[in-house]
Design a protein around this ligand. Structure first.
Ligand code: IPM
Ligand code: MG
Length: 361
């Protein structure tokens, strides 16, 4: 029997709740399609700081490196905001991305027909949205050096460096063009080349890479314009290609088009090692442990993992169909519900999806 080794990283805030809603779903499809999933649960972020004083214990990194795929829920706990940056929960996530060389972050934004009215934008603006954000994940200003805080004559000064090499730009650009081949064949690269040298190199390299992808249409937008275009006419986009910081911002904006950031999964991939799958949303400490979280982004991340990393296509399809069905039947978590309805809790939404899954032939 096929066995897939999965590292589960429930992390912080709502992470453990959405993980608990997801594992029974993975167990169900593995039994149905005759494969084994070997789960190892490890600590990262705030929960790892509490246990080991380290947001990414070596044991966690090693387990991830020797897995077939990593399923992460969420990281972040404001309790640790006073710690030096290196010791905070988010550093654990950044070290893991960099330790696994996960340079390509793929964030699909697709509208569920039954959720069109949950968007804050008008139905005619969002109904045709089907785009992917391809975000460079291990470079740019998140990792650039020099960085730090120093005292200077004008008082304290702090700085980060936004830097990209042509190698880093080329490899992420290729991913975007490859993805566009199987979609509408359009890449829009987002930068700030009217101001930043790093963006000019980005644009030059993306133009160069396009020469090997003749059939693909390439456009460029400045990030300020792109932020505006995303709410003006989001269906103009197919594949959005961008760097780490712009991708972080643009992908939250794009997520909201679908009605809730609680719906969006993502994949972070390297060129050879295991990939990591995680919701786009964060740890939402304000609603943690209240059974209010929406587990759908996490469950969709699990189905992305089945599809991309484990090649369990039927299992992935079943999960996506079950989510479609549950939403079409009108079930909502609080983030998606209109004011006067009676939303499901995180646990109940997980169970509803599982129940629907068992009805699929
Ligand atoms: C994301 C998150 C992370 C990021 C944080 C938690 C470090 O916002 O995955 O988009 O900024 O990359
Ligand atoms: Mg973000």
């Amino acid at each position: 029997m096929r066995t897939h080794k999965i590292v589960l990283l429930p992390g912080d805030g709502i992470g453990p709740e959405i993980t608990e809603a997801t594992t029974p779903i993975l167990e169900f499809v593995s039994a149905k399609y005759d494969f084994n999933i070997e789960f190892k649960t490890k600590l990262i972020g705030g929960s790892a700081i509490e246990a080991f004083d380290n947001p990414l214990p070596d044991e966690t990194l090693q387990a991830c490196k020797s897995s077939d795929a990593v399923l992460l829920a969420a990281i972040g706990n404001p309790k640790f905001d006073e710690l030096p940056r290196e010791s905070r929960p988010e550093s654990g996530l950044l070290k893991l991305r960099s330790g696994l060389n996960l340079f390509a972050n793929i964030r699909p934004v697709k509208i569920f027909p039954s959720l069109i009215s949950a968007s804050t934008l008008k139905p005619e603006i969002v109904e045709k949205v089907d785009l992917i954000v391809v975000r460079e994940l291990t470079g740019g200003i998140y990792f650039g050096k020099p960085k730090g805080r120093i005292s200077s004559e004008e008082g304290e000064r702090a700085f980060n460096t936004m830097s990209y090499s042509s190698v880093e730009i080329d490899r992420i650009a290729k991913i975007a063009f490859e993805l566009a081949k199987d979609r509408k064949g359009k890449v829009c690269s987002i930068d700030k080349a009217n101001v930043l040298d790093v963006s000019q190199l980005w644009r030059d390299r993306v133009n160069e890479i396009q020469l090997a992808f003749r059939g693909i249409e390439l456009t460029h937008q400045y990030v300020d314009n792109a932020a505006m275009q995303l709410v003006r006419k989001p269906d103009q986009f197919d594949v959005i290609l961008t760097g780490n910081l712009f991708g972080d911002i643009i992908s939250d904006e794009a997520a909201m088009i679908t009605g809730s950031i609680g719906m969006l999964p993502s994949a972070s991939l390297s060129s050879d090692g295991p990939g990591m799958f995680e919701p786009v949303h964060g740890s939402a400490p304000d609603i943690a442990n209240k059974n209010l979280a929406n587990p759908i982004a996490m469950i969709l991340s699990a189905s992305m993992m089945l599809r991309i990393a484990l090649k369990e296509f039927k299992a992935a399809q079943d999960i996506e169909d079950a989510i479609d069905n549950v939403l079409a039947q009108g079930y909502r978590t609080k983030d998606l519900a209109s004011d006067n309805s009676n939303p499901l809790g995180c646990k109940e939404m997980g169970k509803k999806i599982l129940e629907n899954l068992s009805l699929i032939k």
